[in-house]
Design a protein around this ligand. Structure first.
Ligand SMILES: [Zn+2]
Length: 356
């Protein structure tokens, strides 16, 4: 009888510790989280307010999608929202390419990055315009491993500032519409044929974009690199794993690539789950939410709340789910608490050295 009670006590202790190892959907508000990839292009603060309600801090990234004046203006917004909401916001800067071929471009760019660091920037972003749009005076596309970038990346490596790279596009961009894995890519590239690389075989291939990025990282082994959008290797977690193995100073963020994760989860949930567990120190949660100061504040706040909550459900529960992003059902990953805490908070804090 005594043994029976002892066994019962052991079993219930085991059960309690099992349930304590996982979060529930209801824990969403209580757990401290960071969205490591957003774009706040307004001082109106609607996105920030929603983040505070949902217990998120935000990492807002300035992106080189325009002229120098635009980068300047968006940098001022980053700086101001950081001052206004110091507990919620950290930010990254970027640099512009005007005068790229003129002497002094690298020195001026380093001076600009330095002034941004004084304003509070903790990382620097490079965008897909490098490799896909920006050309030199010989009309050649400038790739990310171009030696003219060397002094800038060397400087970032020396001072320990992470480089955030959105280089290339999802592999879907090089596939015919019917072979694409996600509905959002299919609809985007069908309405933007000019960006659909499958239709532009004269442009660098997907493999060439990835190889240029890898050559740049090989030249800069101590540079801290955050491959955003799953380092454009979103189509196979095994590819991301190989990348992370090859470049130990790299991590990836998940921004705007949930569809590809859902797609692979539908096909082989254990493979995706094992990837998250094995690389739990190198994956950062992020969404790519853009706050442009939309006049419909309530609608915007509701939309981002739902995005955050849906992703939370996928990562912490094993609920069966559907998504507009893909066809069919898939099951949530139900990652252990320890892993969830890392991808939602600790990794961003560690890799960007911010949010203290
Ligand atoms: Zn982005």
């Amino acid at each position: 009888m005594k043994t029976y009670y002892l066994l019962l006590i052991c079993l219930s202790a085991l059960l309690i510790s099992c349930t304590q190892n996982y979060y529930k959907i209801e824990d969403f508000q209580a757990v401290e989280k960071i969205d490591a990839h957003v774009h706040i292009y307004t001082e109106k603060g609607a996105g920030i307010e929603q983040a505070q309600n949902d217990n998120f801090k935000l990492f807002t990234i300035n992106t080189n999608a325009g002229k120098c004046e635009k980068i300047d203006r968006l940098h001022s917004i980053c700086k101001n929202v950081k001052q206004q909401f110091p507990q919620t916001i950290e930010f990254a800067t970027t640099f512009c390419l005007d005068g790229f071929e003129e002497p002094g471009w690298a020195e001026n760019t380093i001076a600009w990055i330095d002034s941004c660091r004084n304003d509070g920037a903790i990382a620097v972003k490079v965008w897909k315009n490098i490799g896909m749009v920006f050309r030199d005076t010989d009309n050649n596309l400038v790739m990310i491993d171009d030696s003219r970038f060397d002094p800038v990346f060397k400087y970032l490596a020396e001072v320990g500032i992470p480089l955030i790279g959105h280089l290339g596009e999802p592999k879907n961009c090089w596939l015919p519409l019917e072979d694409m894995t996600t509905n959002n890519d299919r609809s985007y590239f069908s309405s933007h044929p000019e960006y659909h690389m499958y239709l532009h075989p004269e442009m660098p291939s997907y493999e060439e974009q990835m190889a240029a990025r890898d050559r740049m990282l090989e030249k800069n082994p101590i540079l801290i690199f955050i491959g955003c959008h799953l380092a454009s290797l979103e189509w196979d977690v095994e590819e991301i794993a190989n990348f992370l193995d090859r470049f130990p100073n790299s991590a990836v963020d998940m921004a705007a690539r949930m569809g590809q994760l859902f797609f692979q989860t539908k096909d082989n949930r254990e493979k995706v789950r094992d990837f998250f567990i094995k690389y739990q120190d190198r994956i950062l949660y992020g969404t790519d939410i853009i706050d442009n100061g939309d006049s419909n504040t309530e609608g915007f706040q509701n939309r981002i709340h739902i995005t955050w909550l849906n992703d939370w459900e996928y990562l912490v529960t094993d609920n069966l789910k559907t998504s507009d992003l893909i066809e069919g059902e898939f099951q949530g990953l139900k990652l252990p608490k320890k892993v969830v805490d890392k991808i939602y908070f600790e990794n961003t804090k560690k890799w960007y050295k911010g949010f203290d």
